[in-house]
Design a protein around this ligand. Sequence first.
Ligand code: IP8
Length: 268
Amino acid sequence: MSKARPTVLKIGGSVITDKSVELKARTDTIDRLATEIEKANVHNLIIVHGGGSFGHPRAQQYGIKGGLKDDSQKIGFAETHHLMTVLNGLLMDALIWHAIPAVSVTPSSVIVTKNGRIQSFDHASIGKLLDMSFLPVLYGDAVLDSELGFTILSGDQLVAMLATQFGAERIIMGTDVDGLHDADPKTEKTAKLFEHLTLNELKGSQSRLGKSTVCDVTGGMFGKIVELLPALEKGVPVTIVNATKPNNVYMALKGERVKGTVVGDERC
Ligand code: IP8
């Protein structure tokens, strides 16, 4: 594998889709992000994107996260996975049009979970892609589960696992808010942004972090942070930025200071 430690960039579903309208992609934002990623030209980058209004409504409608209870859910599992491939295709189109050698890796083909937690993960192809300077792109997905039959794997659990598996240097979380706040900044005007949190401070403030106000079967901002703990505990710092604002992802990828939250023990 190439020597540089990878960066894992998560692009939230709330950034690339309009979560209030089912199946509405923000194609201008997708194109802008592809421009920023091309311009930043970071070596050893892995991208993971969320489900937004493509994955979550269908997953919720059919109760996919809770597992197989009735055969009538099977079409919902198939649809949820398919819609994720459709959203992934839009991002892949943009990345490839920007001459980025991005290759989509289907999570449900390489991962099996057990009670919702990753149990097996065939990571050889991702390692080989990184080795060859490709940019692997994964996403939250409907996956098979050895106990539940199937479930929903969040992009955030995937991010933490990839960061740990490939010894990432950092995780950048592109969300639709400026970072972690002590309340939901979308509903509470007085919500205060945390610019830096150590791992211990994060653990202490978890109960105060804003929860998602729209349909999100994997738990919104609170769910994200909990999922990132395994990577944080391995010393991988996490930078949370607002990816709906132009240039933030570019600056974060370049290691420049951006308004947001840095979680980890290193002060930047
Ligand atoms: O948006 C969930 O991924 P997330 C993906 O990263 C699906 O939580 C299929 C709902």
